[in-house]
Ligand binder design. Structure first.
Ligand code: ARG
Length: 462
């Protein structure tokens, strides 16, 4: 096939090269950004007297047709055209003739791809933040209903202290809030226009970069062209944002898997979002959270892949950077799919407060409360109090009960300094509500946190 740059070449490119060199099969998803970029560029060229009004009109009309052809699926994407930039320009020129050939004045594919890809990534930062917002809304709504639902708080996956289920969920709201902020921040930081950087050094044509930057929604033109045509930090940032977000998702997914097991029985995923086993008829498998956990692997891979592509690249544009797109597309698709299904799985799952509460009666969750009582009421050094409490726990174990169920008589035998006023303190609910320090689990504190996140989410405009 005749290449647009074939002027100095004697032989046509081997088809093996086409397969290897082309990006058209994946970069075609940037067609909107590419057409919008071209239209902004053309309008500016006309304003600067580089294109005539008729030429601009022809380009606008031709591009409208190209867009229509792409969206109605009649556009022919040919691997021999190498990338979407050339495919679109070629088609435009076929439709409108010579004016199409003038569009690339004062522009290079290097700034063109940087514009297209950057705008795609910036938009995706906001769209993913929007999905995260929806997931967080569901989490906060569930948390609001469960600020008194007792749950064993764990460290080392061992029962530690009683908390409430709402408090536990709000830990994830905190993670997702940070994720949202990261996506929004990346968009803000990278919202500068590469258009007009041309191949690497700018252009001798009298262009107006501010005009195209404004038309395309950028805050300003970039400062240094050499950097801009080879900079892929924006792509790395979204990959990192997605990896970190998916790491959080995988932690929640892991808990959903544990919680929906017989051993825990804290939640039950709805039938809609569970799967069966092909051999064991009784099974209901948590495939959704398992896949959410598993997909963290591929997004991490995409991040490392692009970091590795960029490492050691000399300035400015190198074809290596064409490898930036597939990983980003894959991570973006994975993030969107994952957040959509996570939101629905959470929204539809059944919560089993009774089992959570029952689990709190294992592991002597109020042991710290007894020790704290000995310190506060009996002026016993914490180390000694720790030891005495250990004895009380051992006694409860002997009796086959939880410390929260021990009688006062038994406690007296452990240490006679223990007063009867300790008894209400050992109740699990009391233990949870005693943790009233700022950010703590007490119902009242959890309700404050619910309000905090509700407030944050309502004020969040993306
Ligand atoms: N397909 C290329 C990419 O994705 C576009 C830029 C090509 N520029 C060039 N000078 N070969 O990076």
């Amino acid at each position: 096939m005749e290449k647009m740059w074939s002027g100095r070449f004697k032989q046509s490119a081997a088809s093996l090269l086409d397969d290897f060199n082309a990006s058209i099969m994946f970069d075609r998803r940037l067609y909107r950004e590419d057409i919008e970029g071209s239209l902004a560029h053309a309008a500016m060229l006309k304003e600067q007297g580089i294109l005539s009004a008729e030429e601009l009109k022809a380009i606008q009309e031709g591009m409208a047709q190209v867009l229509e052809e792409i969206e109605s699926n009649v556009f022919e994407w040919k691997i021999g055209d190498e990338d979407l930039h050339m495919a679109i320009e070629k088609r435009l020129t076929a439709i409108i003739g010579e004016a199409g050939g003038k569009l690339h004045t004062a522009r290079s594919r290097n700034d063109q791809v940087a514009v297209d890809f950057r705008r795609y990534v910036l938009r995706k930062n906001l769209e993913i933040a929007g999905l995260l917002k929806e997931v967080t809304e569901v989490i906060v709504a569930i948390a609001k209903e469960h600020t008194t639902t007792l749950l064993p708080g764990m460290t080392h996956l061992q029962h530690a202290q009683p908390i409430n289920f709402g408090f536990h969920l709000l830990a994830y709201a905190s993670m997702f809030k940070r994720d949202i902020e990261r996506f929004v921040d990346s968009r803000r930081r990278n919202n500068i226009s590469p258009l007009g950087c041309a191949a690497l050094a700018g252009t001798p044509h009298n262009i107006d970069r501010r005009m195209t930057a404004a038309a395309l929604g950028f805050d300003a033109p970039s400062v240094n062209c050499l950097d801009t045509v080879s900079d892929r930090d924006f792509a790395l940032e979204i990959l990192f944002n997605i990896s970190t977000m998916m790491m959080h998702v995988s932690r929640l997914a892991e808990e959903l898997i544990l919680w929906s097991s017989y051993e825990f029985g804290f939640v039950e995923l709805s039938d809609e979002y569970s799967t069966g086993s092909s051999i064991m008829p009784q099974k209901k498998n948590p495939d959704v959270p398992e896949l959410l956990r598993g997909k963290t692997g591929r997004v991490n891979g995409n991040l490392i892949a692009l970091l590795t592509v960029m490492k050691g690249l000399p300035l400015a544009y190198n074809k290596d950077t064409q490898e930036d797109k597939e990983g980003v597309f894959d991570s973006v698709d994975t993030a969107e799919l994952s957040l959509n299904i996570l939101r629905e799985a959470l929204r539809t799952m059944a919560i089993k407060p009774h089992n959570m509460e029952k689990a709190c009666k294992k592991g002597h969750l109020s042991a710290t409360d007894l020790a704290d009582y000995l310190v506060k009421q009996c002026n016993i050094p914490f180390r000694t109090a720790h030891f005495i409490t250990g004895n009380a726990v051992a006694r409860a174990e002997e009796l086959g009960i939880d410390l929260s169920e021990i009688t006062y008589t038994e406690l007296q035998q452990v240490d006679e300094r223990i007063g009867e006023d300790v008894m209400p303190l050992l109740a699990l609910e009391h233990s949870m509500n005693a943790r009233r320090s700022e950010g703590g689990t007490a119902t009242e504190r959890t309700q404050e946190q619910v309000a905090y996140f509700e407030n944050y989410l309502t004020g969040l405009s993306l």
